[in-house]
Ligand binder design. Structure first.
Ligand code: CA2
Length: 145
């Protein structure tokens, strides 16, 4: 089984600011945690991070027929991008949405998740552990399809 792990804008800067919201771990720590978790569960991960909406849409399209599952944190595009929602709906790959912070308890503009409408699983406000939990639960979800 193989998963594509997509992270949106500024996630590559993780750990550099707002530790009270996002913690002190870096993007490399995130990649290491997910890689370890995937290894423990026999999953092959591929990572993609971009600050560009169209590049994320391109990557989702390229995943069609290539990946068993997608784990995505679209970051700020979560709250704005119908294009990412449409791409996820188009490829129709089982997908888990992850947010490091609890977007339900933050500003009003973060309350809507367009991408989340195309996701079967949601991991909100669990910190980086949300990505690890997504790996485990997305695998279980796919196995019972
Ligand atoms: O909580 C999340 O995972 C978010 O997707 C993170 C986004 C934010 O726009 C969403 O509303 C919620 C922001 C990512 C910013 O990443 C950081 C960059 C540098 C330092 C800390 C975080």
């Amino acid at each position: 089984m193989n998963f594509l792990i997509i992270n949106g804008p500024n996630i590559n800067m993780l750990g550099l600011r707002q530790p009270e919201i996002y913690g002190t771990d870096t993007y490399n720590d995130l990649v290491a945690l997910v890689t370890d978790t995937c290894e423990q569960h026999g999953i092959t991960p591929e990572f993609f991070q971009s600050n560009h909406e169209g590049a994320i849409v391109d990557e989702i399209q390229l995943a069609y027929g290539k990946f068993d599952g997608i784990i995505i944190n679209p970051a700020a595009f979560t709250h704005t991008s119908v294009a990412i929602l449409d791409a996820l709906q188009t490829v129709s790959i089982p997908t888990a949405e992850v947010h490091i912070s609890d977007i339900t308890q933050r500003e009003e503009f973060r309350q809507i998740s367009f991408a989340g409408l195309a996701c079967q699983l949601h991991f909100i406000g669990q910190g980086l552990q949300g990505y690890a939990n997504a790996v485990v639960e997305l695998k279980e979800y796919i196995e019972q399809l």
